[in-house]
Design a protein around this ligand. Structure first.
Ligand code: CDP
Length: 223
């Protein structure tokens, strides 16, 4: 495969996008970008700097402060740096998951990250996963996939991941968060979550990671 290819993976929360995107990036020696980490980084910034308090956002102050925000994804490790601090663990905390979809719905945030995401593909190809990669960020991507899975399956996977990291949460809380985010992400005005007409839909409910991987490779090679 050409080393400048762009592979876009979109889909519902915790449907296996990042795991498979990472596997494809290794297989094809492409850069992997988890665009959700960028949205989580901006949300952490809004929370830590006090722009977002008790579900109230000071949008004017927040929009102004965004200009001075530096977000950097380390290509080899995938670690996210927010103004120089490694925040890779913090961005996965439930506090961030609870607010990220509200912040991601703001056009000022989407514009800020859109440019950065496109610049990442300038030199070389990449695999990027998110919600609007095949529809908005890279509408001309060489390969587009759209991941789905039953909410209970997705919640169980995410719950086990969070438990393994020692985070305090329950299955019900995780399920509610995924349902809430899917709803907010699908209904927002700017770049809503939806399947691009030319994306291949992949349901990961009943299949193993390796089975999905083999299926994706088959589709990519066949094109
Ligand atoms: O890993 P998970 O599927 O749970 O979510 P994520 O990829 O870390 O994304 C977190 C949130 O960021 C999503 O629920 C969206 O609100 C937002 N997001 C977005 O709006 N657009 C993207 N391209 C990626 C993420």
């Amino acid at each position: 495969m050409n080393s400048r290819k762009v592979i876009a993976i979109d889909g519902y929360a915790s449907s296996g996008k990042s795991t498979l995107a990472k596997m494809l990036s290794r297989h094809y020696h492409l850069l992997f970008i988890d665009s959700g980490a960028l949205y989580r980084g901006v949300t952490l910034f809004a929370l830590e700097k006090g722009f977002l308090k008790e579900n109230e956002l000071d949008q004017k102050a927040f929009s102004g402060a965004l200009k001075g925000l530096s977000l950097r994804l380390e290509p080899d490790t995938g670690d996210l740096y927010l103004n120089g601090e490694n925040v890779s663990q913090k961005i996965r905390f439930p506090r961030v998951s609870d607010h990220v979809s509200t912040i991601a719905a703001l056009s000022v945030v989407r514009e800020f990250l859109l440019l950065q995401q496109r610049q990442m593909a300038h030199e070389n190809g990449l695999v990027m996963d998110g919600r609007d990669i095949g529809t908005v960020v890279f509408p001309n991507a060489d390969h587009k996939f759209f991941f789905t899975a039953r909410p209970e399956v997705r919640a169980q996977r995410r719950y086990e991941e969070l438990k393994a990291q020692g985070q305090e949460t329950t299955f019900k809380e995780v399920l509610n968060n995924l349902i809430h985010r899917d709803q907010t992400d699908s209904c927002r005005e700017v770049a809503p979550l939806r399947k691009s007409d030319d994306a291949i839909e992949i349901d990961t409910s009943e299949v193993t990671t390796n089975q999905v991987f083999a299926h994706l490779i088959e589709k990519i090679e066949a094109k």
